[in-house]
Design a protein around this ligand. Structure first.
Ligand code: IVH
Length: 699
């Protein structure tokens, strides 16, 4: 295709996407894809030496006909983007360096507020930059926006610009209530802000907890000399300004701030998609001026996208350690939040239905930082008609057994072949190695798969977990195995599309590899772990670390636990009838009994030393009798690990804060639980203090 034909094509595409986005609140492509199209168009136009009549020289959308038009006194511009340090440094050089004011780029909806002698007279969306939509009645419902500015001597006229947005918490609540009422949830917080503000009936806007942060001004003959001084004035007038801005001296300091904020981006109350850098000096801003589209004195540094569109190729099911069949999405691989995503769990059939996705759809995929990738929903507008509905399979994909609910009325289907379904065995073995159970470093998912499903001609050294502690070096050496994805159980592939195979128990010369030796040493060490970890390792449904500790402390040995009646089991605090029945049911299987006897014969802990029998041991430990809540993120350990430490010190790791909470451990990003603790006057400590208390417990 010639450059000019491509230019034409790109212009048309961009127009289509802009109209859909600004007028109809529809996301036909992701922001990242849109940015890429704009970048390509700009580059082609620069080569061709023309950019008139192009969307690249115009701002955003057009006012819809739902609202009356409002002409801005001063144009509302867009921002140019920087996609990395190099782009940013080039901009810094173009503008002659700092100082720069940096602040989060809020993913919301741009709004201009006009104050006449201190009184709010107009609120409008950006529209095409010249003319926006008059949304005064809707904006007047936003509590944080003052109708009357504080103080006195207000300018005759001032246009204040900012971003209207939905806080993440509020967004989650809104979508939950929409889904409950049978409606279609919003694709992201920005869409929900736009959809909630641009309502014909302001009562609807009023029912939505919209917020605003201001980040600049339009018409205003101000005598202030810097953007930061302006912010101080806006704050004095009672306008909501961000507390997260910073003035830095130059590009390098700016890049550190940008990197820092990226790490903390999920702790903010709203979504951000980057950082806006502005030349702080207002005289310099005026000198630099603007293009037809964006000021030269500001730039948006964009973070890697966390939301992208991709194709849903198929929906399959994976089988978990207790046999549960979980649908997951097979996606056309995409990069999102810095990593490649190929699969996403869909939790259960109902969720597939609720999300309204069809196989073959283009879907919106979101992956926020380290969080598990999630499909938000389909881009229904892009359907071709060839999409098909997902039908839950009736048989296990790994062993062919008929799937069935564990008990009547259960939504989840399970594979009943607990003993020999390869998926269930693999998952159980990997679970034994996990931190929640026996914490065996060399027994990860890949090892578990290799030990249970080696490639021909080796025989599987583990046919049941009973075999685990009898493993011999010579059984390990010949093993070759496929590398499986821990979330789906599907083989992983190399860059050429061939399944990845490992042969990691021996070296090229046939002598034992480090992994083999490490596994055997680790298994030996694991034999003397605490009894509760052994109990957790048995994968008895409902028996997690909390129940396992309580049971072990009470009964003192596996023998005593399995000998106890359901009533006796239920006497233990935190053990209910379902759990008691689950333990009894598990023990009825001969092959389960064999696991316990073979492990114990191999020297695995089966009793707490010096325990005087059922009920004799009071629950001890440094946190005994305390209920402790962990919230926010920790740096030295995960939240799960912190909770495990609390439990191992005899405390209860609670999930919600009440008057009975002994104390709350709060890290960055703590939200409502921290607020609740403060409201109730419950003690709040940081990670450092928590570590100090743990240290004290060890002494
Ligand atoms: S300053 C003259 N600061 O991003 C334009 N904009 O993609 C100056 N935005 O239209 C804009 N957060 O609506 C500025 N802290 C911030 C922002 C911000 C979000 C929006 C703004 C702009 C869009 C461009």
């Amino acid at each position: 295709m010639s450059d000019s034909a491509r230019i034409q094509e790109l212009r048309e595409l961009i127009e289509t996407y802009r109209t859909a986005y600004y007028q109809d609140n529809q996301l036909l492509i992701s922001d990242a894809e849109y940015d890429a199209l704009e970048r390509e168009l700009k580059a082609l136009e620069a080569d061709a030496g023309e950019d008139t009549e192009s969307p690249t020289s115009r701002v955003g959308g057009q006012a819809s006909e739902l609202f009356s038009p409002h002409k801005h006194l001063e144009r509302m511009l867009s921002l140019d983007n920087a996609f990395g340090a190099e782009d940013f440094e080039a901009w810094s050089e173009r503008v002659g360096g700092g100082p720069f004011l940096l602040e989060p780029k809020i993913d919301g909806l741009a709004v201009s507020l006009t104050y006449q002698s201190g009184r709010l007279v107009k609120a409008a969306t950006r529209g095409d930059g010249e003319t926006g939509e008059d949304v005064t009645a809707n904006v007047a419902t936003i509590k944080s926006i003052p109708r009357q500015l504080a103080g006195s001597n207000h300018p005759e006229i001032v246009e204040v610009r900012g971003e209207v947005f939905f806080a993440l918490d509020d967004f989650a609540k809104l979508n939950a209530s929409i889904v409950e009422a049978g409606g279609k949830p919003f694709a992201n917080p920005r869409n929900s802000a736009s959809g909630s503000l641009r309502q014909k009936d302001p009562a609807v806007s009023a029912s939505r907890p919209l917020k605003m942060l201001v980040h600049g001004f339009g018409a205003w003959p101000t005598s202030f000399s810097s953007q930061s001084e302006v912010y101080a004035q806006l704050a004095k007038w009672g306008l909501p300004t961000t507390s997260n801005f910073k003035v830095v001296q130059g590009a390098q300091e700016a890049l550190s701030f940008i990197a820092e904020l990226e790490k903390g981006r999920h702790s903010l109350e709203h979504e951000i998609d980057g950082v806006v850098a502005k030349v702080d000096d207002l005289a310099r801003q005026r000198e630099l001026g603007a293009t037809s589209r964006a000021p030269r004195w500001a730039i948006a540094y964009k973070y890697p996208p966390e939301q992208v569109n991709t194709k849903l190729i198929d929906i399959r099911i994976s089988i978990g350690r207790t046999g549960r069949a979980t649908p997951f999405a097979v996606l056309s691989p995409v990069r999102v939040a810095g990593s490649e995503v190929e699969f996403a769990t869909l939790h259960n059939q109902d969720q597939v239905r609720q999300k309204g996705i069809l196989i073959g759809d283009t879907v919106v995929l979101r992956k926020a930082g380290d969080v598990i990738p999630e499909i938000l929903g389909p881009v229904a507008e892009l359907r071709s008609g060839s999409e098909r509905e997902f039908v839950m399979p009736t048989t296990c994909p790994e062993c062919g057994s008929e799937l069935a609910p564990a008990s009547e009325g259960d939504v989840d289907l399970r594979c009943p072949n607990a003993r020999s379904c390869p998926a269930q065995l693999r998952e159980r073995i990997a679970y034994i190695g996990s931190r929640a159970a026996l914490d065996i470093e060399a027994l990860g998912y890949v090892s578990a798969a290799a030990l249970t499903q080696p490639l021909e001609p080796s025989a599987a050294p583990i046919q049941s977990e009973a075999d685990l502690f009898d493993l011999k070096l010579e059984q390990l050496l010949p093993i070759r195995a496929m590398v499986l994805d821990p979330d789906t159980g599907l083989p992983k592939h190399d860059a050429d599309g061939n399944p990845k195979v490992v042969e990691f128990f021996r070296k090229k010369d046939g002598t034992p590899g480090e992994t083999a030796l490490k596994l055997l040493v680790n298994l030996e060490q694991a034999k003397t772990r605490d009894l509760w970890r052994v109990l957790v390792s048995l994968s008895i449904r409902h028996v997690g670390p909390v129940a396992a500790r309580a049971l072990c402390d009470h009964f003192g040995s596996l023998g005593a636990i399995f000998d106890a009646s359901e009533d006796e089991l239920s006497e233990v605090e935190g053990v209910g009838p379902t759990l008691a029945a689950s333990i009894k049911g598990w023990w009825e299987e001969d092959w389960h009994q064999e696991i316990v006897s073979r492990w114990s014969a191999a020297g695995v802990t089966s009793a707490i030393p010096n325990h005087q029998g059922p009920g004799s041991m009071p629950r001890g430990g440094f946190f005994a009798g305390m209920s402790i809540v962990v919230t926010g993120t920790m740096t030295s350990m995960s939240r799960d690990e912190a909770e495990a430490k609390i439990i191992s010190e005899g405390g209860k790791a609670a999930s919600s804060v009440s008057k009975k909470t002994s104390f709350v451990v709060a890290g960055p990003g703590a939200g409502s639980k921290l607020a609740k603790a403060e409201e109730l006057g419950v003690e709040v400590i940081g990670e450092e203090e928590f570590l100090a208390r743990l240290q004290a417990s060890a002494n």
